[in-house]
Ligand binder design. Structure first.
Ligand code: BG6
Length: 483
């Protein structure tokens, strides 16, 4: 296991909100090597090591609250040193860092993607990417296919793919891994996992939080590039991929790649029917008044996107995959809903066939993590005379653990141990961008601008058919935004 963790972007939101809390939790659980050390790097010049530690403690506390063990965080900070580096001068990296080449070092680039290549080149020049060093890249890898290819090629010139780890924190969520267990560990589910039995698949990532504080980045990316290209397509791949013959990294990643390559590209003709873009206006979220999104510069981006994706292969022909994500929506809810087709012949009086709820597999990732299978079941007691069916949830979740792990915990352990299965390969990233580019191009050609929606609603009303049924009903009744 590698024992040195070199963190670029140490003063960013991600470091305080996820990286340090995750490492502190791993340290508390004694899952890190005894000589584990963090070398934190960012531009800001702190006067002393103590000044950095004090500043970070306060930030972590404000951002992560109860999700972090403060005693363990104190211990982690005793193992952390800070270096201020001007990342626009990567040639100065080696001298600034004073690390030994050949060390068991994991360098984690939690910085914007335009810094990946200069940092990797600086590390290489300093000998810090020599075997066995590893490189961990935060999402997004580029902003489109061309920039992703350029990044992947430049990174490949510095370090082989076998030592590169591209992080998508959704792959570290426990329920996502449980989805694989359910799909491939059970005859029952695998037998019905196709167009023959499945009517539609919904993938929803609804957030109540706004873009606050990240306008600079978000104004260049929007929801399509920030959420769909990575997290949502990874979920879609895990739902739709063919059963791999083994669970090793490349076998699984080959199957995910096949799904990405089978996604039907969007066109300017199809985009108006198959997608909705929205941008939030002022409104009320959770009883609090909030402002609208302020675009910093350039073309206006979406804070909400709904897409109907089609996977053109034998298993999924004709099954819509509805992908919806947005900021400042009515509730925080991340879920995958697999809706099965109705039974072929309905025997019961109550409810009527048209009122019968279809079988559903509901995989919830936020706010709680659980999996439910909704099946029709009889409510009848002997005194009722008639049989009445009702949809009942069967809880398939694991026994509750002592505490919920931060997704980054699992991913850091895997990267430190050199396990690739939960990381994204270069060709997967590029295939995902290729599909995303088709959507962005279609929107541009069709002049398809984001429609306003009121913060605290379910997005533009036109998005209702893309949402899972309970949200769709709420969306249809949501207040209309002013144009
Ligand atoms: C990040 C996006 O990758 O994922 C954010 O950049 C988003 O915009 C976040 O809020 C959502 O992650 P989670 O785990 O809270 O659903």
């Amino acid at each position: 296991m590698h024992e040195q963790f070199l963190l670029f972007g140490a003063t960013g939101d991600l470091a305080a909100g996820q990286v340090f809390p995750a490492l502190a939790n791993l340290l508390r659980d004694r899952l890190l090597p005894a000589n584990f050390r963090v070398h934190a790097v960012a531009k800001h010049p702190f006067e002393t090591q103590e000044a950095f530690r004090d500043w970070l403690l306060e930030r972590v506390h404000a951002r992560a609250g109860d999700a972090v063990d403060m005693d363990a965080l104190h211990e982690l900070l005793q193992r952390t040193d800070y270096t201020s580096v001007d990342l626009s001068k990567p040639e100065a990296l080696g001298a600034a860092l004073k690390l030994e080449p050949g060390a068991r070092l994991l360098s984690y680039l939690a910085v914007p993607p335009d810094l990946f290549v200069p940092i990797a080149q600086g590390l290489k020049a300093a000998g810090l990417l020599e075997d066995p060093a590893r490189l961990l890249l935060e999402k997004p890898i580029g902003r489109d296919l061309a920039s992703a290819r350029a990044i992947n090629a430049a990174i490949a010139a510095c370090v082989p793919e076998s030592r590169v780890f591209r992080l998508d924190h959704y792959l570290g969520k426990a329920t996502v891994q449980n989805l694989l267990a359910l799909r491939f560990g059970n005859t029952l589910l695998e037998a019905v996992w196709s167009r023959r039995w499945i009517e539609r698949v919904d993938i929803l990532v609804a957030e109540t939080a706004g873009v606050d504080g990240r306008e600079q980045y978000y104004s260049r990316y929007g929801a399509l590039r920030d959420m769909v290209q990575n997290h949502m397509l990874q979920l879609l791949c895990l739902v739709a991929m063919e059963p791999p013959s083994a669970l090793d990294a490349d076998t699984v990643r080959d199957q995910k790649l096949m799904v990405l390559r089978a996604l039907r590209p969007f066109s300017a003709q199809s985009a108006p029917d198959e997608s909705v873009r929205g941008v939030y206006q002022a409104g009320v979220v959770g009883a609090q008044a909030v402002g609208g999104f302020s675009q910093i510069e350039g073309q206006s981006v979406e804070t909400f996107v709904a897409l109907r994706a089609h996977i053109d292969n034998w298993r999924w022909a004709g099954v819509p995959f509805n992908l919806v994500t947005g900021k400042r929506l009515a509730t925080r809810s991340t879920q995958i809903v697999v809706t099965f087709k109705p039974v072929s012949h309905w025997l019961f009086e109550k409810p009527r066939r048209s009122q019968a709820a279809p079988n559903r597999l509901l995989v919830r990732l936020q706010p709680e993590e659980n999996i439910e299978l909704h099946l029709m079941s009889s409510l009848a007691g002997p005194e009722w005379g008639a049989m009445e069916l009702q949809s009942l949830p069967l809880n398939l979740s694991m026994a509750p653990t002592r505490r919920r792990r931060i997704a980054y915990e699992r991913l850091f352990l895997d990267a430190l141990n050199g396990r690739h299965a939960l990381f994204v390969r270069d060709d997967e990233v590029e295939a995902a961008w290729q599909w995303i580019d088709s959507i962005a191009d279609a929107w541009r050609v069709a002049d398809f601008a984001p429609q306003p929606y009121v913060a605290g609603s379910w997005g533009p009303r036109t998005a209702a058919p893309f949402l899972p049924p309970p949200m769709a009903r709420a969306a249809a009744a949501s207040p209309r935004a002013s144009a």
